[in-house]
Design a protein around this ligand. Structure first.
Ligand SMILES: *Cc1c(COP(=O)(O)O)cnc(C)c1O
Length: 349
């Protein structure tokens, strides 16, 4: 029995990066955000593929993630660490040639004490109140920081997936106010910000979810397909129930297929009884609870039960599934755990 497989279409990944790069326009470089193992799709392979497509700048969340991808990238690839320089990180930052994005006066001190000559970026808080220097700290630290020639000044938009939200223009104005005239390369936008238009692009954009086929980049090609092997099928009589808590009861003679994946594989338990698995474009309703390692689905209407049923596929993309689960595509992807065998397809392979 083959295990559940996560299939990653690298051509679609490259097409999404290229499309976002084209939207970023001349004079703006397009990075790739590969934190959280490239949103669960495998950072080493994703980073390598996007480097080959032309990406030279990568963002990870923490230093360890940067160290993991460094061996797969040429020395001219710059890897920024969004959480900055945390205590105990300096050897990892140094050995993997990572560029921390400094977020606080503490981090600035730590950087200058341990890695005084190493490259760094600076994050400014323009209103999200999550990471970055606030205006006062920036005013205090700017002379010393700018004297050391930062590789990047960046900030992050809180509401970029809502184009009409007043917060976007507010943060844009604040970013200008804090960074105009510094002469340093600047970055404000992730996927959502790219779609807000050229005012938001500055020197470097930082898409993540759009590369992986998710909203708000509606034109994105789907990248991930999740196929779950059918272990067993059985016939259930009217009145019989399926799974924990008898959550579902048959009203007709029903063919139930049991597939090998469950909430321990990052498939949200809230999908119990309300989502579908798919045989191509034929829906097979999930019947009963999603359990730890198993899901049961109704295959009565299929002429033939295939070897695998899909949870993420052309008929049910990550955002469609997220809508059913009451979450976002980001969480659907990053929840997919290490149990899946990841298969990569690329032209000619
Ligand atoms: C995650 C993240 C990104 C990428 O965001 P997407 O919405 O996935 O494009 C960019 N910048 C920062 C600071 C982030 O945390």
């Amino acid at each position: 029995m083959a295990s559940a497989s996560l299939n990653i279409d690298l051509d679609a990944l490259v097409a999404n990066w290229t499309a976002l790069d084209a939207r970023s326009g001349a004079g703006t470089r397009t990075a790739a955000v590969v934190k959280a193992d490239s949103y669960g799709l495998g950072a080493a392979r994703v980073a390598q593929t996007l480097y080959a497509a032309g990406a030279r700048t990568f963002f990870v969340a923490v230093a360890e993630e940067g160290a993991k991808i460094r061996p797969y990238l040429a020395p001219d690839a710059q890897i920024f660490v969004l959480s900055g320089h945390m205590a105990g990180d300096f050897e990892t930052l140094r050995d993997a040639n990572l560029t921390p994005v400094l977020n606080s006066l503490d981090q600035i001190t730590r950087q200058f004490e341990t890695l005084p000559d190493a490259p760094f970026g600076v994050q400014l808080d323009t209103g999200m109140n999550r990471l970055g220097l606030e205006a006062e700290d920036w005013a205090q630290a700017a002379p010393a920081l700018l004297a050391k020639d930062p590789a990047l000044i960046m900030s992050h938009l809180a509401c970029a997936d809502e184009p009409d939200h007043a917060m976007n223009a507010q943060q844009l104005a604040e970013f200008h106010r804090m960074s105009d005239g510094t002469g340093v390369a600047r970055s404000l936008s992730a996927t959502g910000g790219i779609l807000l238009g050229p005012d938001y692009h500055f020197d470097l954009t930082r898409p993540g979810i759009g590369l992986y086929g998710g909203r708000p980049f509606e034109a994105a090609l789907p990248v991930a397909t999740l196929s779950l092997p059918v272990i067993q099928t059985r016939e259930v009589q009217p009145g019989e129930t399926v799974g924990y808590g008898n959550l579902w009861q048959a009203e007709r003679v029903t063919r139930i297929a049991t597939v090998a994946a469950g909430y321990a594989d990052g498939i949200h338990r809230v999908l119990s009884n309300i989502s579908d698995l798919w045989a191509g474009d034929a829906p097979c309703p999930v019947r009963g609870r999603v359990s730890m390692d198993l899901i049961t689905a109704d295959v009565t209407d299929l002429d033939e039960v295939p070897d695998t049923l899909d949870l993420i596929c052309a008929a049910q993309g990550i955002d469609a599934l997220a809508d059913i689960a009451g979450t976002i595509g980001y969480e659907i992807l990053t929840a997919l755990g290490p149990r899946y065998t990841r298969f990569y397809t690329e032209r000619g392979t």
